[in-house]
Write a protein that binds this ligand. Structure first.
Ligand SMILES: *[C@@H]1O[C@H](CO)[C@@H](O)[C@H](O)[C@H]1NC(C)=O
Ligand SMILES: *[C@@H]1O[C@H](CO)[C@@H](O)[C@H](O)[C@H]1NC(C)=O
Length: 273
């Protein structure tokens, strides 16, 4: 079985935190499940080196994405919207590793009220996203995009900025808004939590398979709430999409793999096209 696209949320990724020593096992299990490549996605400059080390430890299997997420942690309990200062720390590291990156991400907008309380905060997130969209263009890389409670503003901003290649991950907006993204040529990745999310099921009904990728968002967005998710669970997304769309599992795997290769051409190193 071939892989499509997956991601590892490094923030709380067991692979990257010292208490969990089972990275070898997680990778072994994902290979056994048929995956050929994983994307490891950063959220802030403080973890860029870890993402790069992981990709060097598993060359040709784990591919790095670096970017500044719209929500930044001050402490495990306290989060705030991203600001241009957060980018200052990130830019030199992105520049240093630019040839190794498969995407700029995770970037985006998150207007969840507990993270942003006013227009100044929203504008600051917009500026951080705009700057990273420009960097992605300069480096000829796609954007890996988070949006929460901000589906419409995110897609509008990407279009305004002339972004041509983008993955909207775990999109929480309406199908009608997602279809605006489809018109712009964007892809939408679907996590295993689709089995317990009516919103994601509705989304997949509307989205053409030609615009769908697979992700796990490990360790979040697994099939079971509060249970650590792993890349091997990506088959759950594929199976559920196959059921909703009434097409074979093979077709879902084939088309989503081709989509991932179109979006992330550097994955051709790991997956035969
Ligand atoms: C907006 O909210 C932030 C906290 O999220 C606060 O620090 C800032 O002062 C507020 N700005 C305005 C203009 O109200
Ligand atoms: C998903 O992965 C987790 C971690 O390995 C595992 O405990 C869980 O059973 C998997 N879920 C399914 C439905 O296979």
């Amino acid at each position: 079985r071939r892989a499509t696209e997956s991601r590892h949320n490094s923030e709380i990724c067991p692979a990257l935190n010292s208490p969990s020593q089972d990275i070898e096992e997680v990778i072994e299990n994902s290979k056994k499940a048929g995956l050929s490549a994983l994307l490891a996605v950063a959220e802030h400059a403080g973890e860029f080196d870890k993402i790069i080390s992981l990709s060097q430890r598993f060359p040709g299997f784990i591919f790095p994405c670096l970017g500044v997420h719209p929500v930044q942690s001050v402490s495990p309990e306290q989060q705030r919207g991203a600001s241009l200062q957060d980018l200052d720390a990130a830019l030199p590291i992105i520049e240093k590793y630019k040839d190794h990156l498969v995407a700029i991400g995770e970037v985006g907008l998150d207007f969840t009220p507990r993270f942003v309380s006013n227009d100044t905060d929203k504008e600051s997130q917009r500026q951080v996203l705009i700057r990273q969209a420009q960097i992605a263009k300069e480096l000829d890389l796609p954007l890996n995009v988070h949006s929460r409670s901000a589906g419409r503003p995110t897609i509008h901003l990407l279009k305004e900025q002339g972004v041509e290649r983008a993955l909207l991950h775990a999109f929480d907006g309406k199908p009608s808004v997602a279809m605006e993204g489809v018109k712009a040529g964007y892809f939408f990745s679907i996590p295993p939590s689709i089995i317990r999310s009516e919103q994601k099921q509705k989304l997949v009904k509307q989205l053409p398979l030609e615009n769908i990728c697979l992700e796990t968002d490990s360790p979040a967005l697994g099939p079971e709430k509060q249970v650590r998710n792993e890349p091997k669970n990506i088959s759950i997304s594929a199976e559920y999409i196959s059921k909703i769309k009434g097409v074979s599992l093979e077709e879902v795997m084939e088309v989503t793999t081709q989509n991932a290769l179109r979006l992330f051409p550097k994955l051709k190193l790991a997956i035969r096209p």
